[in-house]
Ligand binder design. Structure first.
Ligand code: TXA
Ligand code: MG
Length: 352
């Protein structure tokens, strides 16, 4: 299959491409498009066969449910059994935006979309291309991140092409980049205490301001214990992993972290390994002689979040064998950053 790549400069001027994408989606085909978090791989969320194509193209385990994307608030109602009162202020405050809300699903949503669960994850993305395509298709669009399963999520159309060229008919690119760079916060509102299953740019602190009590699932920074069923099936799989082996260095003293990273880097280089260091603006000057990428300033976690996935892919392009990464404080967006980083590292963490 040939993969068409269209660049959208202006929604109105380039509406033909939006129409073509919407047409493909209505026919049960797949279209990758940008959102403010990462690129999504879309299909009609109400068509089980279309959704099956997503799992095939990504190589995604079919017990991992998808998020339905909508373009208008009122589109939520037909997809769920009911919207609890406390969900409305969340929608008011954070939609369109990087918050996914899990509710009890209605019978219109096929089992493929939710991987057999009786709940559905829903979000309204904040990106003009995503909103235009969903709106034009007139359907809820199931869309996981548009990467091959297991790899870091794509934050550019080129990343999507690298992973899915020849496997999907169309990729839309353009207007604004994925400014957030990490996937949405997944919040379970389907009953009991509101629980963050996957942290994102809508932080625990922000949600607490609106909901009061909010829990964070135990597996956010820790591997799932054997025999314990995951609340969010996605969390049990290898995730966000570049080809290179990632090791994280954790500690309260940045000085100790950088010294330990430097020491280990030298050891690996002596063993003939190509080492990449994932640093921050505050620490880059401490390292010498290796390939170093700064994720941004520790004072600005949003920039670290925005650069994480593309930096992991950049190290792969450079042919790095081992990536040594620094822990960042897990408050605010830091929790989302570390949730992705510990999974990219397969939970290999060294205390410095
Ligand atoms: O920012 C995002 O959320 C991106 C863009 C494209 O919107 N999408 C995305 O989708 O990250 P995906 O499929 O890569 O991640 C969806 C996550 C998975 O961890 C999945 O297990 C969880 O949401 N999830 C989906 N439906 C769920 C449900 N009903 N119950 C629990 N977890 C669910
Ligand atoms: Mg994903």
């Amino acid at each position: 299959m040939d993969t068409k790549l269209y660049r959208i400069e202006d929604i109105e001027k380039d509406f033909k491409a939006i129409e073509e994408a919407a047409h493909l989606l209505r026919q049960g085909q797949l279209v990758a498009f940008p959102t403010e978090t990462v690129y999504g791989l879309g299909a009609n969320a109400l068509d089980g066969q279309a959704v099956d194509r997503i799992f095939k193209a990504k190589g995604r385990p079919n017990d991992n449910p998808l998020i339905a994307h909508i373009s208008k608030r009122e589109d939520i109602e037909p997809l769920v059994l009911g919207v609890p009162a406390k969900v409305y202020p969340l929608i008011e405050t954070f939609w369109p935006g990087p918050l996914t809300i899990i509710l009890k699903k209605s019978s219109r949503v096929p089992a493929q979309t939710t991987a057999g669960l009786d709940t559905l994850a829903i979000r309204m993305p904040n990106h003009p291309v995503a909103l235009a395509v969903i709106d034009k298709a007139g359907l809820p669009i199931a869309a996981p991140s548009a990467n091959r399963s297991g790899k870091p999520s794509p934050t550019t159309a080129q990343h999507v092409l690298d992973d899915l060229n020849g496997r999907i008919p169309m990729i839309l690119d353009g207007i604004t980049p994925c400014s957030v760079g990490l996937e949405s916060t997944v919040l379970d509102m389907s009953g009991g205490v509101p629980t963050i299953l996957r942290p994102g740019a809508v932080t625990l602190e922000m949600l607490k301001e609106i909901l009061g009590h909010v829990e964070v699932d135990k597996t956010v920074l820790k591997p799932l214990e054997k025999g314990q069923p995951p609340k969010s099936p996605g969390m049990k799989y290898i995730h966000y992993a570049p080809r290179a082996k990632v090791i994280i260095f954790r500690g309260t003293s940045l000085d100790r972290i950088t010294k330990e990273v430097s020491r280990r880097a030298k050891e690996y280089v002596r063993e003939g390994k190509k080492v990449g260091i994932l640093a921050t603006d505050e620490t880059t000057h401490q390292y010498k002689g290796q390939d170093i990428i700064s994720l941004g300033s520790r004072k600005n976690p949003a920039s670290i979040a925005a650069n994480l996935f593309s930096s992991l892919r950049e190290f792969d392009d450079m042919g790095v064998d081992i990536i040594l990464a620094e822990w960042v404080e897990e408050k605010g967006e830091g929790l989302a950053i570390m949730n992705r980083m510990v999974r990219a590292a397969g939970f290999r963490i060294i205390d410095a």
